[in-house]
Design a protein around this ligand. Structure first.
Ligand code: DX5
Ligand code: ZN
Length: 218
């Protein structure tokens, strides 16, 4: 079963508690948490404090996506805050093997993310070490952007690599996913589909989540 992970970045901060509860009641199992530092990406979102605040209010899997330079300084804070998956960008980390091992040692599931133009070959050595590989289908930094079509072939190639190497990490696709393209993203090989504006950006988040979830499994 493919899973949609709504991105909290697009939540209506005034109604966030109600929206998160509505998603959980609708059967949503993953909450995507976009962390932006204003350096790796040209935007600032929120940090581990918010994750800590959300944690007691939700039993969803917390899927934190660090779009930050030098994420090593933040790993411990996210472990303490209650992140389940912690994903770092290969473009932002100097010693990726060490960072992945540290994330696992802290009790979280490590993930690696690639910007749209970063080659899959940068993951060759680390795929056996991670629980998740995230393919960006927009240039990270903002919700509500358009899906970059060539990301689809990248997902297909990653799914082929996973099959041929007998690995079992999750493939996550992030950016511009909607009820209209979720079926093709899932068919390309994504297990987890991040949807920000297509879920949190709609007046009825539970219905919007159900629509994308249904399309992903159609
Ligand atoms: C992009 C973030 C995404 C984004 C997705 O920088 O990593 O998770 O919030 O939002 P939509 O689904 O609106 O493209
Ligand atoms: Zn994200």
């Amino acid at each position: 079963m493919k899973q949609v992970a709504p991105s909290f970045l697009s939540a209506d901060i005034w109604r966030a508690a109600e929206q998160v509860q509505a998603l959980e009641d609708a059967g949503c199992r993953y909450l995507h948490l976009d962390i932006m530092d204003g350096h790796f990406v040209p935007n600032i979102s929120f940090g581990p404090g918010w994750v800590k605040w959300l944690r007691p209010h939700s039993s969803m899997v917390f899927d934190a996506h660090l779009m930050v330079e030098e994420p090593d300084f933040l790993l411990e804070s996210f472990a303490k805050a209650g992140a389940d998956y912690l994903t770092v960008h290969v473009e932002a980390v100097r010693h990726l093997d060490r960072t992945i091992a540290h994330i696992r040692d802290l009790g979280m599931k490590p993930g690696v993310a690639l910007n749209p133009t970063t080659s899959l070959t940068t993951l060759d050595e680390v795929l056996p070490l991670v629980d998740l590989a995230l393919i960006m289908s927009v240039n990270p930094g903002f919700g509500g952007q358009k899906f970059i079509p060539y990301a689809l072939q990248k997902v297909e190639r990653l799914a082929d690599i996973r099959r041929s190497c007998g690995l079992d990490f999750l493939i996550e696709v992030d950016g511009g996913v909607t009820a209209d393209n979720a079926a093709s993203v899932a068919a390309a090989g994504a297990d987890l589909l991040v949807a920000g504006s297509a879920v949190f950006g709609k007046p009825d988040v539970a219905a919007a989540y159900a629509a994308v979830q249904q399309a992903a499994n159609s």
